[in-house]
Every structure is written in structure tokens, then in C-alpha cells.
Design a protein around this ligand. Structure first.
Ligand code: MN
Ligand code: MG
Length: 653
């Protein structure tokens, strides 16, 4: 056996002679429809993920504890690659490839993640009908009751598995395992177009606090939470998006699978400053827990040692681990399970041929290596596609007189997805794959109206992602790593400069850093300079229509949720389709050539920025920006030195 036992709790707490009783939980989370180890946006095999590889780890873990395993999935399994997304967004007929692979692997239960709602309730129902395992969700409700027990849930809230288990020395014993599924109530914001007036959501902790005792009362010996939620430290609040720590503290919870944030837990030997997380014992506040990464990168394994007592079972020892498909010691990745790979092969081939359909041609390469630090082509393409679609949609309507601008951020900027996770489309044909590369999420197109003051505030939030730069200092970090790349909007149709010597007004959650809140009619005083529309300065009382995606429309990341009446368009059209149309009609050939924004020069200053090493294949960029290659980091990112003392860092777009 290769389990990392929690030696202390085993030796101290385990009575002799009971070690043959145990339960092994195997868990995946955030699969995001990654079945084959294949990167659809890049069009190449991928070494570090894919359920077909994780399946090999499942088989091994099952063989180590035959007769005592449960396999569960923790949500966000149906969205994320064209293998599933094209299926869900089309007629949704036929065999769903992700469900087929999961059926084959023999899951005992699953729960919904937030992304399961991206294609609407009908598409979700159609997919789930094919699942041969129960899919749970206790807090997505078709009707909210006065109390949790009076709620009408969209799916079964929980499950009681009553199973004959076999211990290590052949002992048979019966276990009743209660499983409860939970997801962030923020689905009602993120997928409001699909869900508004159809379902509602209840707080995860409130739901679990009521339902765990109900499961016990139904006879559960053990209770497992499938919680599609990550880790947030600090005091528990109502409607938390990341409530895993609060859930782990609830009485009666024996083990917990968390996720949503795509983190890996436990990581032995990790220095951890978040209270409640213990990587050595694999617990959240003492409760055995696991977070299995994403796209099948890891298999979560929780082992519970059990002893019988008068009222049922007692846990006498436990261990948790996250087993990677790509070993960290440099050994080759775990091979794919041939049966799982074969179960999606036909759907995969069909997906590839759909993605190769040509849309148009690009004369210049389109890459996102520099999209965080300049007004850049990939961002402008998506923004202009959104802008044109909104102009058409609102023509002749009550808002047709207002200027239309468009906000979007780069989506492929490394981060947790690694140094290869950048858009890099060569000059030549553009295909559906290019559109997917530029717009990897199934976001939908919306439009808001807002004032000049609100717009200025929006931009202050966007540019808060940059670190403050001091004149005269060398090699200062440029990007505040707390901000993901996709938090930083560029708003096309406007022109503005960014003064990096000023402090950021907001943090990554949109909380004012320096008491920066301002009256609705006044312009915030931050980093944005020279804000203008068609050469005319933007005034606080001006009005604009802004094309955005559904995440932004209802407030997301550092951005505010504007009043309800500001949403003037939301028809559920995927931005990816809008972009594919734009490319098909040659919109990319007629983009404005002036950059939307530039940094104001900072005398004597240079900055350091990390990007993908693929930038080295674009040597012309090094000259254009006058950047220096500082080598590769331990994680494989390319470090760049960027001069800020001149305007050489102005965009090429
Ligand atoms: Mn996810
Ligand atoms: Mg999620």
C-alpha cells in the first residue's frame, strides 16, 4: 500500500483489531469535460490532465482497497472543452461524451458545480438523464421553503448508500454512507439569464447544517460532503462562495471533498498560513478533506479507518492525499486508460473536424503573451466583436443614440493553468478552434448602460491589477499576482492612459483600498488619465452603452453589480459565436490601429513581468517593446524586464 497514513491519529486513537474496517473515498473535481489528455484550444496532446489518465489512478486505488471504495465527482464536469460544450450548445441529442466516460468509470455519486448551468436547465437535464450515477444538489432550489427541510430541490439533495464492504482481511461489513451535494449560490448571478425565475439557491452552510442531521436521522453511519466550493479564510459570512472551511466545522461531517478554485489539497510539506488547513493530516479544522485539482489533474483519496461501537461506527484514523497524473518528481505522466479513451474517441474526432472549419485568414499572428501589459489584439478582437453585435442588437431601440463601447479581458494568461496556457495563433487560417482559443469560456453577450463616472470607476478597478511603480527604481513587479489575468478589462471605443505611480484604488475583490469610494456624479481620482471618447473628454454625467459578458454584467471579480435596470440586453448568445461570426465576416481585418490605452512613462523605472516562454517564438516583440529576456522561472514562466521610462511599451495594435 502506498497510503500516507496519518500516523499520529492512527497510533493514538485506533483500538487494536479493527483496522480491517475502512472506507476509501476516491474523488475528482472540476473535470471541465477534460476526458482525453488533449488541449483543444492549442490543438495538441497534453501531459498533465484528462479523466482518461485519472482513470488509471482510480483503477490502482481501487485495487489497493478492493471492496471498500466509493468514487465521487465534485462538480464542474460538463463544461470546459468543445467535446462537451459543442454538444451542450447544439441540439444536445445523442450520447453525451463526458457522461459516457463517467458511466464507464462507475461513479457512485456526483454533485453539480456552478458551470453545469452555463447551457441552461434543459441542456443540463438532457445530459443528466444519461448519467447512470445519482447527481445531487441540496441548495439549487425550484422552490425555497420557509426552512431547509421545506425546500423543493432541483435534484435530489442527498443520497444514502447502503453497501456491503469488504475489509483488508476479507471481513464483510455494512456501511450506510450519507452524501450531500452543495454549490455556490452565486450561480444565480453568474447564470442569471438561464436561471432567473426558474430556480433559486440557498446558502451552503445553512443548507448543510440542516441536512447533515437529517442524513444521520435517516441512518447514515458516516456523512460525506461533496462541496463545490473553495477556501476563504476569515469569519464565515452568509452566501459565501468559498465555504469549505465553514462546512468542515459543522458537527456530524466526517469527510469533505472541496474544489471550485481548482486547488490541490493536501500538499505535504507546504508552508500554509491559512488557519484551519493542515496538509500533514489532510484536514480542514480536523475534518478529513481533499481538493483534487482540475481537469483530472489529481485523484483525491480519503481513507477512513473505522471501528464498530454500540451506536454504529467511529472513525479511528484517517488520511488524505491528492495523487497527481503528472508526478512531481519528473517521472512520465500516468498513461490513459484505453477503455475510457475509447469511450470518447468518436465524439473527439467529430469535435476536431467541426473545429477545423475555416472562418477567415489572419495576416499577423495573434498571441496573448503580452495581453496583460498592453492594449492587445486578442482582447480587442473579442471586444470589437461584442461591440458590433450590441450595436446591431440595439439599433432602432431606445438606447440607439448612445455611444457603444465594449469591455473584455484576456482569458489565456498562464496562471494556475501553467506557462503553456496562452493564445498563440499563427498567421494563416482562423477556425472555430481560434475562436475557442480567444474565448475559452461559454460566456454570453450582455449590455449595460452606465455614466461617465461609473465608467471611470470601472477602469480604476481594471487597472488596480498593476503594482504601484516608483520612479527611478529598477525591476519592480508590474502585475499584482492576486488578480487573475481575466480580471483586467480593456474598454474599447475609448482612449486612456494609466499612471502607475499612483496607488491602486481597489483590491482583487473590488474592495476600496484607501477609502476610495466616490459620489456617483464625480470622477474617482486614481490611475486613469486622459479618458476620452472619439477625442472628447468623458464627463461624469455622460452616458454609454457597454457590451460585456454575463460575468461582468452582474458584477464579478473586482467589478460592481450595477442596479438591475442597467442591463439592457441579455439574450443568452454565446460570445464565442459572436466572435466566430465577426471573424467569418472579416471584422478582424478592420480593427482600429490606435491602442486603447498606454502606460504613462515613469522616469527611470523598469518593471518585471512573467509570461509564457512561447513569446520567444515572436522575436519581433522583444524589439517592439524593448523588453529583455531574464530567463525562465522554476514554474517554467518567462521573466521579462520592461522599460517604463519611455513610451516604447505602447501597443502595436
Ligand atoms: Mn471549476
Ligand atoms: Mg466552479
Amino acid at each position: 500500500m502506498t497510503r500516507h497514513e496519518d500516523v499520529r491519529s492512527l497510533t493514538e486513537a485506533e483500538p487494536a483489531g479493527t483496522s480491517e474496517h475502512h472506507l476509501r473515498l476516491l474523488a475528482t473535481s472540476d473535470l471541465h469535460a477534460a476526458i482525453l489528455p488533449y488541449d483543444y484550444a492549442a490543438g495538441r496532446e497534453a501531459g498533465c490532465f484528462g479523466l482518461a489518465r485519472t482513470a488509471t489512478l482510480v483503477a490502482k486505488a481501487r485495487a489497493e482497497a478492493p471492496g471498500a471504495c466509493l468514487l465521487v465527482d465534485n462538480g464542474d464536469f460538463l463544461q470546459g472543452t468543445p467535446l462537451s460544450d459543442l454538444h451542450m450548445a447544439s441540439d444536445n441529442a445523442g450520447r453525451h461524451p463526458v457522461i459516457a466516460a463517467m458511466n464507464r468509470l462507475g461513479y457512485d455519486a456526483g454533485t453539480l458545480g456552478n458551470h453545469e448551468f452555463n447551457f441552461g436547465l434543459d441542456a443540463l437535464r438532457g445530459a443528466l438523464e444519461q448519467a447512470m450515477f445519482p447527481v445531487l444538489c441540496a441548495n439549487a432550489l425550484t422552490r425555497r421553503g420557509g426552512t431547509v427541510s421545506e425546500d423543493s430541490t432541483l435534484l435530489p439533495p442527498s443520497l444514502l448508500i447502503d453497501r456491503q464492504m469488504t475489509g483488508e482481511n476479507g471481513t464483510a461489513y455494512r456501511l450506510r454512507i450519507g452524501i450531500l451535494g452543495l454549490l455556490p449560490p452565486q450561480i444565480m448571478t453568474w447564470d442569471r439569464f438561464h436561471l432567473d425565475r426558474r430556480i433559486t439557491a440557498r446558502d451552503m452552510v445553512e443548507t448543510a447544517a440542516a441536512r447533515v442531521p437529517m442524513l444521520r436521522a435517516q441512518g447514515a453511519d458516516l456523512v460525506l460532503l461533496l462541496a463545490h466550493t473553495g477556501i476563504e479564510t476569515g469569519p464565515a459570512r452568509a452566501e459565501m462562495e468559498n465555504a469549505a472551511l465553514a462546512l468542515a466545522r459543522l458537527p456530524g461531517v466526517d469527510a469533505l471533498v472541496a474544489g471550485h478554485s481548482h486547488e490541490v489539497f493536501p500538499r505535504r510539506g507546504t508552508a500554509e498560513d491559512r488557519t484551519g488547513l493542515d496538509h500533514e493530516s489532510g484536514t480542514f479544522h480536523g475534518t478529513p478533506a481533499v481538493m483534487p485539482g482540475f481537469r483530472g489533474s489529481h485523484l483525491g483519496v480519503i481513507d477512513l479507518r473505522l471501528a464498530r461501537h454500540a451506536g454504529g461506527w467511529r472513525i479511528t484514523g484517517h488520511s488524505s492525499e491528492a495523487r497527481p497524473v503528472k508526478p512531481e518528481d519528473g517521472r512520465p505522466p500516468i498513461p490513459a486508460d484505453p477503455a475510457i479513451a475509447a469511450s470518447v474517441r468518436r465524439a473527439h474526432d467529430a469535435t476536431l473536424s467541426r473545429m477545423r472549419a475555416p472562418l477567415g485568414q489572419t495576416a499577423q499572428p495573434i498571441h496573448s503573451y503580452l495581453s496583460q501589459i498592453r492594449s492587445d489584439l486578442p482582447v480587442q478582437l473579442v471586444a470589437e466583436a461584442q461591440r458590433e453585435a450590441i450595436r446591431k442588437a440595439l439599433a432602432d431601440g431606445p438606447h440607439s443614440g448612445l455611444p457603444v463601447i465594449s469591455a473584455t479581458a484576456p482569458f489565456q494568461t498562464g496562471g494556475r493553468a501553467g506557462p503553456d496556457a496562452y493564445t498563440d495563433i499563427p498567421a494563416g487560417p482562423l477556425t472555430l478552434r481560434s475562436a475557442l482559443d480567444l474565448q475559452p469560456f461559454p460566456n454570453t453577450l450582455c449590455a449595460l448602460w452606465l455614466t461617465g463616472a461609473e465608467l471611470s470607476d470601472w477602469l480604476e478597478r481594471a487597472v488596480s491589477c498593476f503594482c504601484r511603480i516608483r520612479p527611478g527604481q529598477k525591476d519592480q513587479p508590474l502585475w499584482d499576482a492576486r488578480f487573475p489575468g481575466h480580471a483586467a478589462d480593456t474598454v474599447t471605443g475609448l482612449s486612456y492612459q494609466i499612471d502607475l505611480t499612483r496607488p491602486a484604488l481597489y483590491d482583487d475583490k473590488g474592495t476600496p483600498r484607501t477609502g476610495a469610494s466616490f459620489a456617483e456624479t464625480s470622477m474617482p481620482r486614481g490611475r486613469i488619465r486622459g479618458l476620452s471618447y472619439r477625442g472628447r473628454p468623458v464627463l461624469a454625467e455622460d452616458r454609454f452603452v457597454m457590451a460585456v459578458n454575463n460575468y461582468r454584467a452582474f458584477g464579478g471579480g473586482p467589478y460592481p453589480a450595477l442596479p438591475e435596470d442597467r442591463l439592457i440586453h441579455s439574450a443568452g448568445q454565446p460570445v464565442r459565436d459572436v466572435l466566430a461570426d465577426f471573424l467569418r465576416h472579416g471584422g478582424h481585418e478592420e480593427l482600429p490601429t490606435v491602442p486603447v490605452w498606454t502606460f504613462l512613462p515613469v522616469p527611470g523605472a523598469t518593471a518585471v513581468f512573467e509570461t509564457g516562454p512561447g513569446l520567444r517564438n515572436h522575436p519581433e516583440e522583444f524589439d517592439a517593446l524593448d523588453v529583455t529576456d531574464l530567463g525562465t522561472t522554476a514554474e517554467g514562466f518567462l521573466r521579462l524586464r520592461l522599460p517604463l521610462f519611455s513610451t516604447a511599451c505602447e501597443s502595436v495594435v
